[in-house]
Write a protein that binds this ligand. Structure first.
Ligand code: GDP
Length: 479
Protein backbone atom coordinates (compact mmCIF):
# COMPACT_ATOMS: atom_id res chain seq x y z
CA UNK A 1 0.00 0.00 0.00
CA UNK A 2 0.97 3.65 -0.38
CA UNK A 3 1.92 4.23 3.22
CA UNK A 4 4.41 1.36 3.22
CA UNK A 5 5.74 2.47 -0.12
CA UNK A 6 6.23 5.97 1.20
CA UNK A 7 8.06 4.76 4.27
CA UNK A 8 10.35 2.72 2.02
CA UNK A 9 11.04 5.66 -0.22
CA UNK A 10 11.95 7.80 2.76
CA UNK A 11 14.25 5.20 4.18
CA UNK A 12 17.63 6.10 2.71
CA UNK A 13 19.22 3.39 4.78
CA UNK A 14 17.61 0.39 3.11
CA UNK A 15 18.24 1.73 -0.36
CA UNK A 16 21.94 2.27 0.45
CA UNK A 17 21.85 5.85 -0.72
CA UNK A 18 19.69 5.06 -3.73
CA UNK A 19 21.84 2.16 -4.91
CA UNK A 20 18.97 -0.29 -4.47
CA UNK A 21 15.57 0.07 -6.02
CA UNK A 22 12.93 -0.65 -3.42
CA UNK A 23 10.31 -1.63 -5.96
CA UNK A 24 10.39 -5.17 -4.60
CA UNK A 25 8.16 -7.29 -2.45
CA UNK A 26 9.83 -7.35 0.95
CA UNK A 27 8.74 -10.86 1.90
CA UNK A 28 10.27 -12.43 -1.19
CA UNK A 29 13.74 -11.11 -0.42
CA UNK A 30 14.27 -10.12 3.17
CA UNK A 31 18.01 -9.53 2.80
CA UNK A 32 17.41 -6.67 0.38
CA UNK A 33 15.60 -4.79 3.12
CA UNK A 34 17.44 -6.05 6.17
CA UNK A 35 21.09 -6.23 5.18
CA UNK A 36 21.64 -2.54 5.85
CA UNK A 37 20.94 -3.30 9.50
CA UNK A 38 23.70 -5.91 9.73
CA UNK A 39 26.32 -4.63 7.34
CA UNK A 40 28.15 -1.47 8.11
CA UNK A 41 26.76 1.40 6.04
CA UNK A 42 28.31 1.86 2.62
CA UNK A 43 31.44 3.80 3.34
CA UNK A 44 31.53 5.04 -0.22
CA UNK A 45 28.54 6.80 -1.72
CA UNK A 46 27.55 5.80 -5.23
CA UNK A 47 27.82 8.61 -7.77
CA UNK A 48 24.54 10.13 -9.01
CA UNK A 49 25.62 9.02 -12.47
CA UNK A 50 25.85 5.39 -11.35
CA UNK A 51 22.41 5.60 -9.76
CA UNK A 52 20.96 7.00 -12.96
CA UNK A 53 22.68 4.33 -15.02
CA UNK A 54 21.36 1.55 -12.81
CA UNK A 55 17.81 2.86 -13.05
CA UNK A 56 18.04 3.05 -16.83
CA UNK A 57 19.60 -0.42 -16.93
CA UNK A 58 16.66 -1.72 -14.90
CA UNK A 59 14.27 -0.16 -17.42
CA UNK A 60 16.20 -1.72 -20.30
CA UNK A 61 16.17 -5.11 -18.62
CA UNK A 62 12.43 -4.83 -18.07
CA UNK A 63 11.93 -3.88 -21.70
CA UNK A 64 14.13 -6.62 -23.18
CA UNK A 65 14.15 -9.29 -20.50
CA UNK A 66 12.54 -12.73 -20.65
CA UNK A 67 8.80 -12.80 -21.33
CA UNK A 68 8.81 -9.66 -23.43
CA UNK A 69 7.97 -9.28 -27.09
CA UNK A 70 11.43 -7.85 -27.77
CA UNK A 71 13.06 -10.87 -26.13
CA UNK A 72 11.02 -13.22 -28.30
CA UNK A 73 12.01 -11.19 -31.32
CA UNK A 74 15.70 -11.53 -30.45
CA UNK A 75 15.25 -15.26 -29.92
CA UNK A 76 13.72 -15.53 -33.38
CA UNK A 77 16.79 -13.81 -34.76
CA UNK A 78 19.05 -16.21 -32.87
CA UNK A 79 17.05 -19.15 -34.21
CA UNK A 80 17.29 -17.91 -37.76
CA UNK A 81 21.02 -18.55 -37.32
CA UNK A 82 22.04 -15.37 -39.05
CA UNK A 83 23.57 -12.31 -37.52
CA UNK A 84 23.22 -10.40 -40.77
CA UNK A 85 21.12 -7.50 -39.60
CA UNK A 86 23.58 -6.46 -36.91
CA UNK A 87 22.57 -5.28 -33.46
CA UNK A 88 18.90 -5.09 -32.66
CA UNK A 89 16.96 -3.00 -30.21
CA UNK A 90 17.81 -5.49 -27.50
CA UNK A 91 21.24 -7.07 -27.22
CA UNK A 92 22.31 -9.67 -24.72
CA UNK A 93 25.25 -11.00 -22.76
CA UNK A 94 24.60 -14.49 -21.48
CA UNK A 95 26.88 -15.43 -18.61
CA UNK A 96 28.05 -19.02 -18.14
CA UNK A 97 29.60 -20.27 -14.90
CA UNK A 98 33.02 -21.69 -14.18
CA UNK A 99 34.47 -22.83 -10.83
CA UNK A 100 33.30 -22.02 -7.31
CA UNK A 101 30.94 -19.41 -5.98
CA UNK A 102 33.57 -16.72 -5.46
CA UNK A 103 34.75 -17.08 -9.04
CA UNK A 104 31.16 -16.90 -10.19
CA UNK A 105 30.33 -13.79 -8.25
CA UNK A 106 33.37 -11.83 -9.41
CA UNK A 107 32.75 -12.78 -13.04
CA UNK A 108 29.02 -12.01 -12.87
CA UNK A 109 29.97 -8.57 -11.58
CA UNK A 110 32.42 -8.12 -14.44
CA UNK A 111 29.84 -9.27 -16.99
CA UNK A 112 27.29 -6.88 -15.51
CA UNK A 113 29.64 -3.91 -15.82
CA UNK A 114 30.38 -5.02 -19.36
CA UNK A 115 26.65 -5.10 -20.10
CA UNK A 116 26.16 -1.65 -18.52
CA UNK A 117 28.91 -0.16 -20.65
CA UNK A 118 27.41 -1.60 -23.83
CA UNK A 119 23.71 -1.20 -23.12
CA UNK A 120 23.35 -4.94 -23.29
CA UNK A 121 21.07 -7.06 -21.14
CA UNK A 122 22.75 -9.55 -18.79
CA UNK A 123 21.18 -12.98 -18.46
CA UNK A 124 22.63 -15.75 -16.33
CA UNK A 125 22.70 -19.43 -17.08
CA UNK A 126 22.31 -20.98 -13.64
CA UNK A 127 22.46 -24.76 -13.28
CA UNK A 128 20.04 -26.17 -10.67
CA UNK A 129 22.60 -26.02 -7.90
CA UNK A 130 22.81 -22.23 -8.29
CA UNK A 131 19.08 -21.59 -8.32
CA UNK A 132 17.76 -20.40 -5.03
CA UNK A 133 20.92 -18.66 -3.83
CA UNK A 134 20.22 -15.10 -4.88
CA UNK A 135 17.21 -12.84 -5.16
CA UNK A 136 16.47 -11.10 -8.41
CA UNK A 137 18.42 -7.84 -8.54
CA UNK A 138 16.31 -6.03 -11.16
CA UNK A 139 12.69 -5.15 -10.38
CA UNK A 140 9.78 -6.80 -12.21
CA UNK A 141 11.86 -9.02 -14.45
CA UNK A 142 14.40 -11.81 -14.16
CA UNK A 143 18.11 -12.10 -14.79
CA UNK A 144 17.85 -15.86 -15.26
CA UNK A 145 18.06 -17.24 -18.76
CA UNK A 146 14.72 -18.92 -19.53
CA UNK A 147 14.83 -22.70 -19.63
CA UNK A 148 13.45 -22.73 -23.17
CA UNK A 149 16.49 -20.84 -24.49
CA UNK A 150 17.08 -22.38 -27.92
CA UNK A 151 20.77 -23.17 -27.35
CA UNK A 152 20.36 -26.35 -25.34
CA UNK A 153 23.95 -27.43 -24.83
CA UNK A 154 24.85 -24.55 -22.51
CA UNK A 155 26.74 -26.70 -20.03
CA UNK A 156 29.09 -27.96 -22.72
CA UNK A 157 29.81 -24.63 -24.41
CA UNK A 158 33.51 -24.32 -23.82
CA UNK A 159 36.78 -23.94 -25.71
CA UNK A 160 35.71 -26.26 -28.55
CA UNK A 161 32.65 -24.19 -29.40
CA UNK A 162 32.57 -23.44 -33.14
CA UNK A 163 31.52 -19.86 -32.40
CA UNK A 164 34.44 -19.12 -30.09
CA UNK A 165 35.47 -15.56 -30.84
CA UNK A 166 39.19 -16.22 -30.35
CA UNK A 167 39.19 -19.11 -32.81
CA UNK A 168 37.17 -17.23 -35.41
CA UNK A 169 39.72 -14.45 -35.13
CA UNK A 170 42.64 -16.89 -35.37
CA UNK A 171 41.08 -18.55 -38.43
CA UNK A 172 40.42 -15.15 -40.02
CA UNK A 173 36.69 -15.73 -40.26
CA UNK A 174 36.30 -12.64 -38.14
CA UNK A 175 38.47 -9.59 -37.99
CA UNK A 176 38.07 -6.88 -35.44
CA UNK A 177 37.78 -4.13 -38.03
CA UNK A 178 35.00 -5.73 -40.04
CA UNK A 179 31.50 -4.49 -40.55
CA UNK A 180 29.52 -7.67 -40.27
CA UNK A 181 26.71 -6.36 -42.46
CA UNK A 182 29.17 -6.57 -45.39
CA UNK A 183 30.57 -10.00 -44.52
CA UNK A 184 31.08 -12.20 -47.56
CA UNK A 185 30.25 -15.40 -45.70
CA UNK A 186 27.40 -16.01 -43.26
CA UNK A 187 28.45 -15.29 -39.70
CA UNK A 188 27.22 -17.07 -36.61
CA UNK A 189 24.18 -15.76 -34.79
CA UNK A 190 26.05 -15.66 -31.49
CA UNK A 191 29.66 -15.39 -30.43
CA UNK A 192 31.14 -17.31 -27.54
CA UNK A 193 33.67 -15.40 -25.45
CA UNK A 194 36.00 -17.79 -23.67
CA UNK A 195 37.23 -15.67 -20.77
CA UNK A 196 38.32 -18.36 -18.34
CA UNK A 197 41.77 -18.15 -16.79
CA UNK A 198 43.60 -20.40 -19.24
CA UNK A 199 42.35 -18.83 -22.48
CA UNK A 200 44.73 -17.55 -25.14
CA UNK A 201 45.75 -14.22 -26.60
CA UNK A 202 43.12 -14.48 -29.33
CA UNK A 203 40.39 -14.73 -26.70
CA UNK A 204 42.06 -11.97 -24.76
CA UNK A 205 41.73 -9.62 -27.73
CA UNK A 206 38.31 -9.16 -26.11
CA UNK A 207 40.01 -6.61 -23.86
CA UNK A 208 40.92 -4.40 -26.83
CA UNK A 209 38.88 -1.56 -28.20
CA UNK A 210 38.85 -2.97 -31.77
CA UNK A 211 37.24 -6.13 -30.54
CA UNK A 212 34.63 -4.16 -28.69
CA UNK A 213 33.64 -2.40 -31.90
CA UNK A 214 33.15 -5.77 -33.55
CA UNK A 215 31.32 -7.33 -30.62
CA UNK A 216 28.84 -4.47 -30.53
CA UNK A 217 27.52 -5.73 -33.83
CA UNK A 218 26.37 -9.04 -32.40
CA UNK A 219 23.13 -9.16 -30.50
CA UNK A 220 23.96 -12.42 -28.69
CA UNK A 221 27.22 -12.83 -26.79
CA UNK A 222 27.75 -15.88 -24.62
CA UNK A 223 30.48 -15.33 -22.07
CA UNK A 224 32.09 -17.88 -19.77
CA UNK A 225 34.44 -16.52 -17.17
CA UNK A 226 35.83 -17.19 -13.72
CA UNK A 227 37.76 -13.93 -13.60
CA UNK A 228 37.30 -10.42 -12.27
CA UNK A 229 38.03 -8.74 -15.57
CA UNK A 230 36.81 -5.28 -14.55
CA UNK A 231 40.35 -3.79 -14.35
CA UNK A 232 40.91 -4.53 -18.05
CA UNK A 233 37.73 -2.67 -19.01
CA UNK A 234 39.33 0.47 -17.58
CA UNK A 235 42.07 0.19 -20.20
CA UNK A 236 39.66 0.35 -23.15
CA UNK A 237 39.62 3.98 -24.31
CA UNK A 238 35.97 3.99 -25.42
CA UNK A 239 34.83 3.18 -21.87
CA UNK A 240 37.15 5.58 -20.13
CA UNK A 241 34.86 8.56 -19.74
CA UNK A 242 31.83 6.51 -18.82
CA UNK A 243 33.77 4.60 -16.18
CA UNK A 244 35.11 7.75 -14.60
CA UNK A 245 31.57 9.11 -14.32
CA UNK A 246 30.19 5.86 -12.97
CA UNK A 247 33.02 5.36 -10.50
CA UNK A 248 34.77 8.58 -9.54
CA UNK A 249 36.32 6.38 -6.86
CA UNK A 250 37.68 3.52 -8.92
CA UNK A 251 38.28 1.12 -6.09
CA UNK A 252 34.59 0.96 -5.21
CA UNK A 253 33.48 -0.96 -8.31
CA UNK A 254 33.02 -4.35 -6.72
CA UNK A 255 31.83 -2.93 -3.41
CA UNK A 256 28.99 -1.01 -5.07
CA UNK A 257 28.07 -3.43 -7.85
CA UNK A 258 28.35 -6.42 -5.51
CA UNK A 259 26.03 -4.82 -2.98
CA UNK A 260 23.72 -3.88 -5.83
CA UNK A 261 23.57 -7.32 -7.44
CA UNK A 262 23.91 -9.93 -4.72
CA UNK A 263 21.06 -10.31 -2.29
CA UNK A 264 21.00 -13.66 -0.53
CA UNK A 265 17.73 -15.53 -0.92
CA UNK A 266 15.57 -16.03 2.15
CA UNK A 267 17.06 -19.50 2.63
CA UNK A 268 20.61 -18.13 2.68
CA UNK A 269 19.54 -15.11 4.70
CA UNK A 270 18.11 -17.45 7.33
CA UNK A 271 21.55 -19.02 7.71
CA UNK A 272 23.23 -15.62 7.93
CA UNK A 273 20.88 -14.07 10.45
CA UNK A 274 20.57 -17.13 12.70
CA UNK A 275 24.31 -17.50 12.89
CA UNK A 276 24.93 -13.82 13.36
CA UNK A 277 22.40 -13.48 16.14
CA UNK A 278 23.45 -16.64 17.94
CA UNK A 279 27.21 -16.14 17.86
CA UNK A 280 28.30 -12.74 16.66
CA UNK A 281 25.80 -10.04 17.51
CA UNK A 282 27.00 -9.75 21.09
CA UNK A 283 30.66 -9.35 20.22
CA UNK A 284 32.45 -6.10 20.69
CA UNK A 285 34.31 -6.63 17.45
CA UNK A 286 34.46 -9.33 14.79
CA UNK A 287 37.57 -10.59 13.05
CA UNK A 288 36.81 -12.74 10.00
CA UNK A 289 39.43 -15.32 9.10
CA UNK A 290 39.03 -17.10 5.78
CA UNK A 291 41.33 -20.05 5.36
CA UNK A 292 41.67 -21.61 1.96
CA UNK A 293 44.59 -23.80 1.06
CA UNK A 294 45.30 -24.92 -2.47
CA UNK A 295 48.12 -27.32 -1.58
CA UNK A 296 49.00 -29.56 1.36
CA UNK A 297 50.16 -27.53 4.33
CA UNK A 298 51.36 -28.39 7.79
CA UNK A 299 48.38 -27.68 10.07
CA UNK A 300 50.38 -26.55 13.08
CA UNK A 301 52.65 -24.31 11.07
CA UNK A 302 49.78 -22.82 9.11
CA UNK A 303 47.75 -22.20 12.28
CA UNK A 304 50.67 -20.40 13.94
CA UNK A 305 51.15 -18.37 10.78
CA UNK A 306 47.51 -17.23 10.94
CA UNK A 307 47.71 -16.47 14.68
CA UNK A 308 50.96 -14.56 14.19
CA UNK A 309 49.40 -12.54 11.41
CA UNK A 310 46.43 -11.62 13.63
CA UNK A 311 48.52 -10.82 16.68
CA UNK A 312 51.26 -8.90 14.90
CA UNK A 313 48.69 -6.64 13.23
CA UNK A 314 46.81 -6.11 16.49
CA UNK A 315 43.74 -7.88 15.20
CA UNK A 316 43.86 -10.24 18.16
CA UNK A 317 45.53 -9.88 21.56
CA UNK A 318 48.59 -11.96 22.27
CA UNK A 319 48.42 -14.93 24.61
CA UNK A 320 49.68 -14.79 28.13
CA UNK A 321 51.62 -18.03 27.88
CA UNK A 322 53.91 -17.37 30.85
CA UNK A 323 51.29 -17.34 33.55
CA UNK A 324 49.03 -20.38 33.31
CA UNK A 325 46.96 -19.04 36.16
CA UNK A 326 46.43 -15.61 34.58
CA UNK A 327 42.81 -14.52 34.65
CA UNK A 328 40.81 -12.62 32.12
CA UNK A 329 39.24 -9.32 32.77
CA UNK A 330 35.94 -10.30 34.33
CA UNK A 331 34.49 -6.83 34.12
CA UNK A 332 34.70 -6.43 30.38
CA UNK A 333 31.90 -8.78 29.46
CA UNK A 334 31.78 -8.48 25.72
CA UNK A 335 34.06 -10.95 23.96
CA UNK A 336 35.84 -10.33 20.71
CA UNK A 337 34.64 -12.78 18.11
CA UNK A 338 36.72 -14.60 15.55
CA UNK A 339 34.68 -16.01 12.70
CA UNK A 340 36.67 -18.72 10.98
CA UNK A 341 35.56 -20.06 7.61
CA UNK A 342 37.33 -22.97 6.03
CA UNK A 343 36.57 -26.32 4.46
CA UNK A 344 38.49 -27.86 7.39
CA UNK A 345 37.87 -27.58 11.11
CA UNK A 346 41.45 -27.94 12.32
CA UNK A 347 42.46 -24.29 12.10
CA UNK A 348 39.39 -23.24 14.01
CA UNK A 349 40.10 -25.83 16.70
CA UNK A 350 43.66 -24.67 17.16
CA UNK A 351 42.75 -20.99 17.40
CA UNK A 352 39.87 -21.71 19.78
CA UNK A 353 42.05 -23.92 21.98
CA UNK A 354 44.77 -21.30 22.17
CA UNK A 355 42.32 -18.75 23.60
CA UNK A 356 40.69 -21.35 25.85
CA UNK A 357 43.90 -22.56 27.43
CA UNK A 358 45.52 -19.16 27.82
CA UNK A 359 44.43 -15.77 29.01
CA UNK A 360 45.23 -12.83 26.77
CA UNK A 361 47.83 -10.25 27.57
CA UNK A 362 45.13 -7.57 27.46
CA UNK A 363 42.58 -9.39 29.60
CA UNK A 364 40.18 -9.59 26.67
CA UNK A 365 38.14 -12.71 26.02
CA UNK A 366 38.05 -14.22 22.55
CA UNK A 367 35.24 -16.37 21.20
CA UNK A 368 36.09 -18.43 18.15
CA UNK A 369 33.39 -19.76 15.82
CA UNK A 370 33.10 -21.67 12.57
CA UNK A 371 29.72 -22.17 10.91
CA UNK A 372 30.58 -25.26 8.84
CA UNK A 373 33.40 -27.42 7.60
CA UNK A 374 32.42 -29.08 4.37
CA UNK A 375 35.80 -30.85 4.00
CA UNK A 376 35.69 -30.60 0.21
CA UNK A 377 34.44 -28.26 -2.45
CA UNK A 378 31.09 -29.49 -3.83
CA UNK A 379 30.17 -26.78 -6.28
CA UNK A 380 27.41 -28.90 -7.75
CA UNK A 381 25.37 -29.17 -4.56
CA UNK A 382 22.86 -26.47 -3.74
CA UNK A 383 23.06 -26.98 0.02
CA UNK A 384 26.84 -26.62 -0.09
CA UNK A 385 26.53 -23.39 -2.06
CA UNK A 386 23.96 -22.06 0.41
CA UNK A 387 26.52 -22.45 3.21
CA UNK A 388 29.27 -20.96 1.07
CA UNK A 389 27.22 -17.86 0.30
CA UNK A 390 26.07 -17.51 3.91
CA UNK A 391 29.69 -17.66 5.05
CA UNK A 392 30.90 -15.18 2.47
CA UNK A 393 28.18 -12.86 3.71
CA UNK A 394 29.00 -13.46 7.39
CA UNK A 395 32.66 -12.68 6.70
CA UNK A 396 31.59 -9.43 5.07
CA UNK A 397 29.98 -8.38 8.37
CA UNK A 398 33.38 -8.45 10.10
CA UNK A 399 35.22 -5.38 11.32
CA UNK A 400 38.47 -6.70 9.93
CA UNK A 401 39.46 -9.63 7.78
CA UNK A 402 42.30 -12.04 7.26
CA UNK A 403 41.97 -13.84 3.92
CA UNK A 404 43.90 -16.36 1.92
CA UNK A 405 46.07 -15.67 -1.08
CA UNK A 406 44.39 -16.12 -4.52
CA UNK A 407 41.01 -16.86 -3.02
CA UNK A 408 38.04 -15.34 -4.80
CA UNK A 409 35.85 -16.48 -1.88
CA UNK A 410 37.75 -13.98 0.24
CA UNK A 411 37.59 -11.30 -2.47
CA UNK A 412 33.81 -11.35 -2.46
CA UNK A 413 33.66 -11.09 1.34
CA UNK A 414 36.08 -8.15 1.42
CA UNK A 415 34.31 -6.43 -1.47
CA UNK A 416 30.81 -6.74 -0.03
CA UNK A 417 32.07 -5.65 3.36
CA UNK A 418 34.14 -2.77 2.01
CA UNK A 419 37.15 -4.07 3.91
CA UNK A 420 40.85 -4.04 3.04
CA UNK A 421 41.82 -7.49 4.27
CA UNK A 422 45.11 -8.74 5.61
CA UNK A 423 46.32 -11.29 3.11
CA UNK A 424 48.14 -14.49 3.98
CA UNK A 425 50.72 -14.44 1.22
CA UNK A 426 53.49 -16.96 0.84
CA UNK A 427 56.34 -15.47 -1.10
CA UNK A 428 59.72 -17.13 -1.68
CA UNK A 429 59.04 -19.52 1.17
CA UNK A 430 58.29 -16.65 3.51
CA UNK A 431 54.92 -16.28 5.24
CA UNK A 432 53.76 -12.70 4.86
CA UNK A 433 50.76 -10.88 6.29
CA UNK A 434 50.09 -7.94 3.97
CA UNK A 435 47.21 -5.55 3.98
CA UNK A 436 45.55 -5.28 0.60
CA UNK A 437 45.88 -1.77 -0.85
CA UNK A 438 42.18 -1.74 -1.72
CA UNK A 439 38.99 -3.71 -1.21
CA UNK A 440 38.91 -4.61 -4.91
CA UNK A 441 39.32 -8.19 -6.16
CA UNK A 442 42.34 -9.12 -8.24
CA UNK A 443 42.14 -9.99 -11.96
CA UNK A 444 44.31 -13.10 -11.81
CA UNK A 445 44.96 -13.70 -15.49
CA UNK A 446 44.88 -10.42 -17.43
CA UNK A 447 46.09 -10.03 -20.99
CA UNK A 448 49.79 -9.38 -21.24
CA UNK A 449 50.07 -7.56 -24.55
CA UNK A 450 49.51 -4.12 -25.97
CA UNK A 451 46.43 -4.03 -28.20
CA UNK A 452 47.76 -2.22 -31.26
CA UNK A 453 51.25 -3.71 -31.56
CA UNK A 454 50.40 -7.03 -29.82
CA UNK A 455 53.77 -6.70 -28.13
CA UNK A 456 54.24 -8.10 -24.63
CA UNK A 457 53.27 -5.59 -22.01
CA UNK A 458 52.84 -5.71 -18.27
CA UNK A 459 49.46 -4.11 -17.64
CA UNK A 460 50.33 -3.70 -13.98
CA UNK A 461 52.79 -0.95 -14.76
CA UNK A 462 51.34 1.08 -17.63
CA UNK A 463 48.81 3.32 -15.89
CA UNK A 464 48.76 4.69 -12.36
CA UNK A 465 45.32 3.25 -11.64
CA UNK A 466 46.29 -0.39 -12.17
CA UNK A 467 48.68 -2.24 -9.91
CA UNK A 468 49.93 -5.72 -9.37
CA UNK A 469 48.03 -7.69 -6.79
CA UNK A 470 49.72 -8.38 -3.49
CA UNK A 471 48.69 -12.02 -3.66
CA UNK A 472 49.16 -12.92 -7.34
CA UNK A 473 52.29 -12.06 -9.27
CA UNK A 474 50.80 -11.61 -12.74
CA UNK A 475 47.46 -10.28 -11.50
CA UNK A 476 46.26 -6.69 -11.72
CA UNK A 477 43.83 -4.66 -9.67
CA UNK A 478 42.32 -1.21 -9.70
CA UNK A 479 43.96 1.37 -7.54
P1 GDP B 1 38.40 -19.87 -4.53
O1 GDP B 1 38.55 -21.21 -5.19
O2 GDP B 1 39.00 -19.80 -3.18
O3 GDP B 1 38.87 -18.76 -5.42
O4 GDP B 1 36.84 -19.60 -4.25
P2 GDP B 1 35.54 -20.18 -4.94
O5 GDP B 1 34.40 -19.68 -4.10
O6 GDP B 1 35.48 -19.86 -6.37
O7 GDP B 1 35.63 -21.75 -4.80
C1 GDP B 1 35.78 -22.36 -3.57
C2 GDP B 1 34.53 -23.12 -3.16
O8 GDP B 1 34.88 -24.07 -2.16
C3 GDP B 1 33.48 -22.24 -2.51
O9 GDP B 1 32.61 -21.65 -3.41
C4 GDP B 1 32.78 -23.23 -1.60
O10 GDP B 1 31.97 -24.06 -2.36
C5 GDP B 1 33.96 -24.04 -1.10
N1 GDP B 1 34.59 -23.37 0.04
C6 GDP B 1 35.86 -22.92 0.12
N2 GDP B 1 36.08 -22.35 1.32
C7 GDP B 1 34.93 -22.45 2.02
C8 GDP B 1 34.53 -22.04 3.33
O11 GDP B 1 35.27 -21.47 4.09
N3 GDP B 1 33.25 -22.31 3.69
C9 GDP B 1 32.38 -22.94 2.86
N4 GDP B 1 31.14 -23.18 3.28
N5 GDP B 1 32.73 -23.35 1.62
C10 GDP B 1 33.98 -23.10 1.21
Amino acid sequence: DNATLLSHLCSVDESLGGLLSLAFDEASCRSRFESAKLLRPLNHTPSPYLLEKLRSYEALHRKCGPNTELYRESIRQLNSNLSGGGPTECNYVVWLPQHGLGNRMISITSAFLYALLNDKVLLLFFPDYMNGLFCEPFPNTTWLLPSDFPITHMTSIFDKDPNRYGNLLRDKILSNDMNIANASIPLPAYLYLHLVHNNNDYDRMFYCEDAQLLLRQFSWLLLRSNQYFVPALFLIPMFEQELSLLFPERTTVFHLLGRYLFHPSNVVWGHVTRYYQAYLANAEEILGVQIRTFAEVDLDRHSSYIMNCAISKNLLPSLDTKDVAALSDTIRVKPKAVLVTSLKSEYFERIRDAYYRNATATGEVIGVYQPSHEEKQFTEKLDHNVKALAEIYLLSLSDSLITSQYSTFGYVAQGLGGIRPWLLVRLDDENLCLQSSTMEPCFHFPPSFECKSRREMDLGSVVPYLRHCEDKAGGIKLF
